[in-house]
Ligand binder design. Structure first.
Ligand code: PEP
Ligand code: MG
Length: 592
């Protein structure tokens, strides 16, 4: 059996091939000074290198825009900003003029200072900024001292490889040669990092957060990379290779069978209709949702609107993006979730905040109080979009009734403004995410103030079990079957039911066979998951018997261990299960 390494699934697809460990040259620049009369020459060299780096980045941005779209192209904007950043530029010039350093040494020192400042802050929130800075540094030094730029991958072998690296910057990701790179595995990274977004857009299977993988493998070592489950197997046995091959074939067959499944209704054997909605991360995903006949959009994450943004996103741009989705999905409803920033997403326009625990800090709705304009613009854009179809507003990370009241006030104010201005707009039901233990505990109270609920199992597991969802090493503790979680899901269902508020589950658990069975058994009647998962969930739902799964879940509520719960579910589903579930250490739904 090969060594298995668990990471974070960043882009789907299963591939087998030899590892190629990318070790880009270190950007070491020796200490070197010039004489005072050479200072002007060094300054000119620095500005010239900056200019060339800007040109190259602009070229890259244009290429990405035509290949992948404008959202992906914006990933390069922060790099362009950095190249003009007064702190970076002036700091470098001061080193040249005051300390007579060469342009390359002065720039490297300034970059080093930036990097150490950022890494002093919490790691997750600056990861993208550090990756961008690495790109910028390599690009400027490429001109100054002829170091290879960030785009060049050194002599990969002729046969296609699985690229292994400590991390991949956005530039490196977009420049990968698809004929030679089967997949990408990196030590660092999160599902929402710029490089991961690009991997998904490019269709390159990718697993991130693999710890020290790049130290553990050598060039040529055979590996399996499973982008669905976020796993790498080093030196797989023949049977493992067959097993993964079969999974890959099954996955492809599933895609082919999609047409047939798409037209089916998600109705249980005894006739209960389960709502099956789509989660979208980009407007472009809307087509996929309609292709699989989703009942609508259960969760439209809007964080794509801040990618690369250096100022609060503008109302018109947001309105257009929402319209694009609505035009495709209506008359089915679209649930737009307001910005869930903070945690591992800190766009450049947010004020710098020193936090030890960003996931317990300024995140989701808390940011709106700090930046009222951010929320206000977004609410206006959503109300305007609502003139063209059924739109629902969903707010993340809510814990209190006062927060809901504050949201309602902003919605009212925005509505009055639009009315006064004579701008076309519509009405939107308001819902909140149930994703903290506190919100679940008071679901019944919140239900008096909101129109619907969306239960986010990704964060609920993180906050209930005190397990960082982005830390792949902790995945064994990230446990959907923990008895406490079952009880809490039940509390949420009952709390929402008190006033008949609809509740949909939109975390990764909804995309999982065992998870969905458990949720339905606990009384959940709507699920929202990635469009790609919908056909399989339809098939599953059509094989379930409500009375049976409800009885089973009722019994599981008194189980003492998660193993017991999981084993009972496996037994109940029997042959309907994807064999991957039976793989003893398959870790479920690690949504970092
Ligand atoms: C969740 O927390 O389960 C959820 C769906 O939201 P996100 O993954 O975007 O935090
Ligand atoms: Mg969440």
């Amino acid at each position: 059996m090969g060594d298995k390494v668990q990471g974070i699934p960043a882009s789907p697809g299963i591939v087998v091939g030899p590892a190629f460990v990318a070790r880009w040259p270190r950007l070491d620049v020796h200490h070197a000074t010039v004489t005072p009369d050479q200072v002007d020459v060094e300054i000119a060299r620095f500005h010239d290198a900056r200019e060339q780096a800007k040109q190259r980045t602009l070229e890259l941005r244009d290429q990405v825009e035509s290949r992948l779209g404008d959202v992906q192209a914006k990933i390069f904007d922060p790099q362009l900003m950095m190249l003009d950043d007064p702190d970076l530029v002036e700091g470098t010039l001061t080193y040249i003029t005051d300390s007579y350093l060469t342009a390359e040494r002065a720039f490297s020192l300034r970059v080093l200072e930036f990097r150490s400042q950022w890494l002093d802050a919490t790691h997750a929130r600056v990861m993208d900024r550090v990756a961008d800075l690495n790109d910028v540094q390599a690009r400027v030094l490429a001109t100054l001292i002829d170091l290879p730029g960030p785009d060049i991958l050194h002599t990969p072998p002729d046969e296609p490889v699985i690229l292994v690296a400590k991390e991949l910057t956005p530039s490196r990701m977009v420049e990968l040669d698809r004929d030679r790179v089967l997949g990408v595995a990196t030590d660092a990274g999160t599902r929402t990092s710029h490089a991961s977004i690009l991997a998904r857009s490019l269709g390159i299977p990718c697993v991130v957060g693999l710890g020290d993988l790049s130290q553990r493998v050598d060039n040529g070592v055979e590996m399996i990379l499973d982008g669905e489950r976020g796993r790498v197997v080093i030196r797989p046995s023949e049977s493992e290779k067959h097993w993964f091959h079969d999974r890959d074939v099954q996955a492809r067959e599933m895609v082919r069978a999609l047409d047939a499944l798409a037209s089916l209704e998600p109705v249980t054997r005894d006739g209960t209709r389960i709502g099956l909605y789509a989660n979208l991360e980009l407007p472009a995903d809307a087509k996929g949702a309609v292709a699989v006949n989703a009942d609508g959009v259960g969760l439209f994450r809007t964080e794509f609107l801040v990618v690369g943004k250096t100022a609060v996103p503008d109302e018109q741009e947001q309105y257009e993006a929402f319209r694009r989705v609505l035009d495709i999905v209506a008359p089915r409803p679209v649930t737009i979730r307001t910005f869930d920033l903070g945690g591992d997403k800190f766009p450049l326009f947010l004020p710098p905040i020193a936090e030890e625990n960003p996931f317990l800090g300024w995140r989701g709705i808390r940011i709106y109080g700090m930046m009222p304009e951010l929320f206000h613009n977004q609410v206006r854009a959503i109300l305007r979009a609502a003139a063209h179809g059924p739109v629902r507003v969903l707010v993340p990370m809510v814990n209190t009734v006062d927060e809901v009241r504050a949201v309602r006030r902003v919605m009212e104010q925005a509505r009055h403004e639009l009315e006064r201005e004579g701008v076309e707009h519509g009405e939107c039901p308001l819902g909140v995410m149930l994703e903290t233990p506190a919100s679940v505990a008071i679901a019944e109270v919140l239900g008096q103030h909101v129109d619907f609920f969306s239960l986010g199992t990704n964060d609920l597991i993180q906050y209930m079990l005190a397990v960082d969802r982005g830390n792949a090493q902790l995945s064994p503790f990230f446990d959907l079957y923990h008895p406490a979680l079952l009880r809490y899901i039940r509390v949420a269902v009952e709390g929402a039911g008190q006033l008949g508020r609809p509740l949909c589950v939109c975390g990764e658990a909804a995309a999982d066979a065992l998870g969905a069975t458990l949720l339905i058994g606990l009384g959940v009647r709507s699920l929202s998951c990635a469009p790609s998962a919908i056909p399989a969930q339809k098939k599953l739902i059509r094989s379930l018997d409500i009375e049976y799964v409800e009885r089973l879940a009722g019994e599981l509520l008194t189980a003492q261990t998660s193993r017991e719960i999981r084993e009972h579910l496996i037994e109940a589903l029997g042959e309907r299960l994807d064999p991957a579930i039976l793989d003893a250490d398959a870790s479920l739904s690690h949504p970092g």
